[in-house]
Design a protein around this ligand. Structure first.
Ligand code: P6P
Length: 293
């Protein structure tokens, strides 16, 4: 039988393993609860986006789960405007996007939970992550994690998450591209770059959830971007809770990320809610793009 997540985590720090395992258990509750948490709430998040009932519930549920571990010191969540202090004696500081792509729930498309784990206090550069993971609620529930020891994917079976793929590397040269924002608002040089990819036969795959779209790049190779737009120079994705954890995972899978100038993991955050133009995928594609931009 395939190794379980619990067995796989024996290779890393015990406390960190217990936190990742706790998150995997919590994700089972989330996938069960989604059908009961449909619809819009009457509040907006700090980004001015209407919060779905599922967004708020998943946020409260996960933050409560973190508190109960006793080892999480603080949480930065997409659904909160301030750092949430949990346990003074906690070891880990966590970034959280409870339900990335939650607008997809209505149409039963990909949604996922994105988590970054630090020992250093937040906000700090993404390169200080000691682990990152995401759970994808799709036809199956899968969990992808790195603790700086490569990227490993598990699929939720009856009693446990079972190892599906270990030490995942982005396939070269990759076959997909997925780009957010309106094409008419892309910067001219970026439009030129995408035209070249299309001429080379790259296929468009865009599902409206960062975590679902990047999971495709992890499996098939290529590039995902929510680029700088003429209307939104910083794009849409949040540096701390979306782009940093995913950039860490993709780097561990042999890929790269950039905001157009430097690796996303090097960016010194000015605040916990800042957005960042996000280009992420195969190293050769990112290098080519950086030269162009
Ligand atoms: P658009 C989801 O709300 C999200 O933050 C990312 O998961 C996703 O990549 C992006 O927004 C989708 O944005 O403009 O295509 O709806």
């Amino acid at each position: 039988m395939a190794r379980t997540l619990k067995q796989h985590l024996k290779t890393i720090d015990k406390e960190l393993a217990s936190l990742i395992l706790k998150i995997s258990d919590s994700s089972n509750t989330i996938s069960k609860e989604l059908p009961n948490r449909m619809g819009k709430s009457d509040t907006k998040n700090v980004y001015g986006e209407t919060q779905l009932i599922a967004d708020k519930w998943a946020d409260e549920f996960l933050i409560d789960e973190f508190k109960k571990t006793g080892i999480v010191k603080s949480v930065v969540s997409e659904e909160r405007s301030e750092v949430v202090k949990l346990n003074k004696k906690g070891i880990f500081n966590v970034t959280l996007d409870p339900l990335d792509g939650s607008s997809n729930i209505e149409s039963n498309n990909m949604v996922g939970t994105i988590i970054g784990i630090y020992e250093k206090d937040l906000p700090t550069q993404g390169k200080h992550q000691i682990a990152a993971l995401y759970v994808l609620y799709g036809p199956t529930t899968t969990l992808v994690y790195t603790a700086g020891n490569g990227v490993h994917e598990f699929v939720r079976a009856e009693k446990a998450f079972l190892l599906k793929k270990e030490n995942i590397k982005l396939p070269e040269p990759g076959i997909l591209y997925g780009i957010g924002g309106l094409r008419k608002d892309w910067l001219p040089l970026f439009k030129k770059y995408i035209k070249e990819l299309e001429a080379q036969g790259y296929k468009l795959r865009y599902g409206g959830s960062f975590v679902g779209d990047v999971n495709q790049i992890l499996h098939y190779g290529g590039i995902f971007a929510y680029p700088s737009l003429t209307t939104k120079p910083d794009g849409k994705l949040r540096l701390l809770v979306e782009s940093n954890p995913i950039s860490f995972i993709i780097k561990q899978a042999g890929g790269a990320s950039t905001n157009g100038k430097c690796s996303i993991l090097e960016i010194k955050p000015e605040n916990i809610t800042q957005r960042v133009p996000t280009y992420i995928g195969n190293k050769n594609l990112i290098e080519k793009l950086k030269k162009l931009l």
